[in-house]
Write a protein that binds this ligand. Structure first.
Ligand code: BES
Ligand code: ZN
Length: 634
């Protein structure tokens, strides 16, 4: 990677006659906070920062390419001669200045993960800080890691194709040439031309909700995001998409045949928004809509500003999985308004969001539901900590600068240890003080980014109020920088779960399920029951459960997943058709990766995994196939 070239000269100036002779002036690099360095970008922020991206793209489904231009506005430091952008698999046709004259550019050396730097050079060094603009004509590759092109068969309607983007963590550069680092906020606008009969939606204000006809065919949709956001939040979807309002500020987008079900599932959107505002301060993005995508979408939800992208697997029919939407909405503050400066700090996004999610669930649906969700998350964390081992740096909140792909896996530690940290603060300091702190935090850092050390400094000033003894008693340093779960973590307790656990133990010991009354069980109680049965379970026992409760036919994705994971870990042959059907029905990482990981762990499961993967791979998103290729085709 290139280093900051600028150097400052120290030691010059008028030396006093009576002073001892000074050493000769030396050139030293300006101090760069190592915690701020994002090693996944080629950008050199001390030289040039992108401030605005203006897209004009045509979506070509036959070619599987986005084709057009990105006009970049950037701020140069004095003396800077170039702007370095990130690209990955982009074909750059030209770079021109505002007078449409060609500019000098080159694609530098890169690697498979980060892509290649696009270096745009200026004839003269900037005299003072300067604003520059230039236009890049380019096209994306059909293999762009951010874009998934769905065949009509992969949609509910079955007639039109579909396209969506996924930027987090470092994928935006594979469809937009810009500085792709969470610490480098940018505004954007866009004009997107799509085939007739389709609609484009983005994480921005829609200026032409119904599109405008384009001469020669197609429809143009224009968008504007006037608030500066990290580039991983620029998002686009194109397909047969309709909208239905829910409240005055909220609504859902989905394929027409899915719209009513989506609207019914998310009736609470306005209530969620108001509850969040009462908790952490006003909602700064004006509208909140949820786009329900086709099942190939790789995440349960993605917090694209103004427009959360969601998997249809969260539509259970009984609103039991809406906490994913609560989570994505909470990112409107933790993540989108105040953003992790680097991916090493992602717990500031995900951990705080998970904590807000629990608090909001408590307000909206009661303490018992919140405790159940917390207990499920904690159990996942304990499994993950055990898997990684007590000294693993991967279990630190502030992660070491290893250079591992930030998209390599969904990382439970950021979410659940991060959330446990705020829970611990709440238990020791009290809700009132913590809530006041959080409100202030979102105000102080609105539209800014911060590192873990910067967060600690703020915590010291505004919550711990310089009380070093309190800081030591709460083991704040251990929480942020040491592996494992500190001893003062609170333990989530749910009464409903205590009953479920007793029933699970009796079933393990005696194989009896007489007391099991599934009619009254919530989704979360089923999840708890199934994850409390230690694998491998005998075929007889699993037969009993499936015969009685028709688990392989469950339509609730979380319950079905918990059952199929148990089946896979128990080498349960009768479960294989349902595992295969589930893995072929959606591409959500949270379900797909653990199921394949469980299968490949045994001699029994490996050939099953290979056979299924060969069949379903073409339906999965590039970020998922990248992870699974490593796992399965070893
Ligand atoms: N921001 C994440 C999704 C993500 C994480 C994308 C890391 C790329 C890299 C989103 O907010 C999320 O956490 N989604 C979860 C659901 C959530 C309720 C835990 C998911 O996808 O299941
Ligand atoms: Zn999240």
């Amino acid at each position: 990677m290139r280093l900051v070239a600028a150097a400052v000269v120290l030691g010059s100036g008028a030396a006093q006659a009576q002073e001892p002779p000074q050493p000769p002036p030396v050139a030293v690099a300006p101090a760069i906070d190592p915690d701020l360095v994002d090693r996944f970008t080629f950008a050199v922020p001390a030289q040039a920062r992108v401030t605005h991206v203006s897209l004009d793209l045509r979506i070509d489904f036959a070619e599987k390419r986005a084709i057009g231009t990105a006009r970049i506005r950037a701020q140069l430091a004095r003396g800077a001669t170039e702007v370095v952008l990130d690209t990955r698999d982009l074909e750059i046709e030209s770079v021109t200045n505002p007078n449409a004259q060609p500019m000098t550019f080159m694609l530098g050396e890169g690697d498979a993960l980060r892509g290649k730097p696009l270096i745009v050079s200026f004839p003269e060094p900037a005299k003072g800080t300067a604003t520059v603009a230039f236009t890049i004509a380019y096209r994306t590759s059909p293999a762009s890691a951010a874009l998934q092109w769905l065949a009509p068969e992969q949609t509910a309607g079955g007639k039109l194709p579909y396209l969506f983007s996924q930027g987090q963590a470092i994928l935006t550069r594979s469809w937009i040439p810009t500085q792709d680092s969470p610490g480098l906020r940018q505004t954007y606008d866009a004009r997107i031309v799509v085939p007739d009969g389709m609609r484009a939606v983005m994480s921005a204000e829609a200026l032409t909700p119904d599109g405008e006809p384009v001469e020669g065919g197609g429809m143009a949709f224009r968008f504007r995001m006037p608030q500066s956001i990290p580039p991983y939040l620029i998002a686009l979807a194109v397909g047969d998409i309709s909208h239905k309002p829910i409240g005055t500020r909220t609504g859902v987008y989905a394929e027409p045949s899915r719209l009513d079900a989506a609207a019914a599932e998310f009736v609470d959107l306005d209530r969620m928004l108001s509850a969040a505002e009462a908790f952490v301060g006003s909602y700064r993005w004006r509208r909140y809509d949820v786009l329900v995508l086709p099942p190939a979408f790789p995440y349960g939800g993605m917090e694209n500003p103004r427009l959360t992208f969601a998997s249809p697997t969260i539509i259970a029919g009984d609103r039991s999985l809406t906490s994913v939407v609560v989570h994505e909405l909470a990112h409107s503050w933790a993540g989108n308004l105040v953003t992790n400066a680097t991916w090493r700090d992602s717990w500031l996004n995900e951990g705080l969001t998970t904590y807000l999610e629990l608090r909001l669930n408590e307000t909206l649906y009661g303490a018992e539901r919140a405790r159940m969700l917390e207990a499920l998350g904690r159990a996942e964390l304990m499994d993950e900590l055990a898997r990684l081992g007590p000294r693993s740096a991967a279990t630190q909140l502030h992660r070491p600068d290893t250079g591992d792909d930030p998209d390599a896996s969904l990382d439970v530690v950021s979410y659940e240890k991060g959330s446990a940290f705020f829970r611990m603060l709440e238990a020791n300091i009290g809700r009132e003080r913590l809530d006041a702190y959080l409100k202030g935090y979102f105000t102080r850092f609105a539209f800014k980014t911060l590192t873990t050390p910067a967060f600690l400094a703020d915590l010291r000033e505004h919550l711990l109020a310089g009380d070093a003894a309190l800081e030591a008693r709460l083991t704040i340093g251990e929480w942020l920088s040491a592996p494992g779960l500190p001893a003062n973590a609170t333990t989530p307790r749910s009464e409903a779960f205590a009953t479920v656990e007793a029933i699970a133990s009796a079933f393990v010991l005696e194989g009896t399920v007489d007391e099991l009354d599934p009619a009254t069980w919530s989704t979360q109680e089923w999840q708890r029951f199934l994850t409390k049965l230690p694998p491998p379970m005998s075929t007889e026992k699993l037969d009993i459960l499936d015969a009685r409760y028709q688990l392989s036919k469950k339509t609730n994705s979380e319950v079905l997943f918990a059952w199929l994971k148990l089946a896979a870990a128990s080498q349960y042959d009768p479960g294989v058709p349902a595992i295969e059907a589930f893995l072929g029905s959606m591409g959500r990482r949270k379900f797909v990766e653990p199921l394949f990981t469980t299968l490949v762990a045994t001699e029994w499961g490996r050939p099953i995994a290979q056979r299924i993967y060969a069949k379903v791979r073409p339906t999965y998103h590039p970020v998922l196939t990248a992870a699974l290729d490593r796992l399965i085709n070893r």
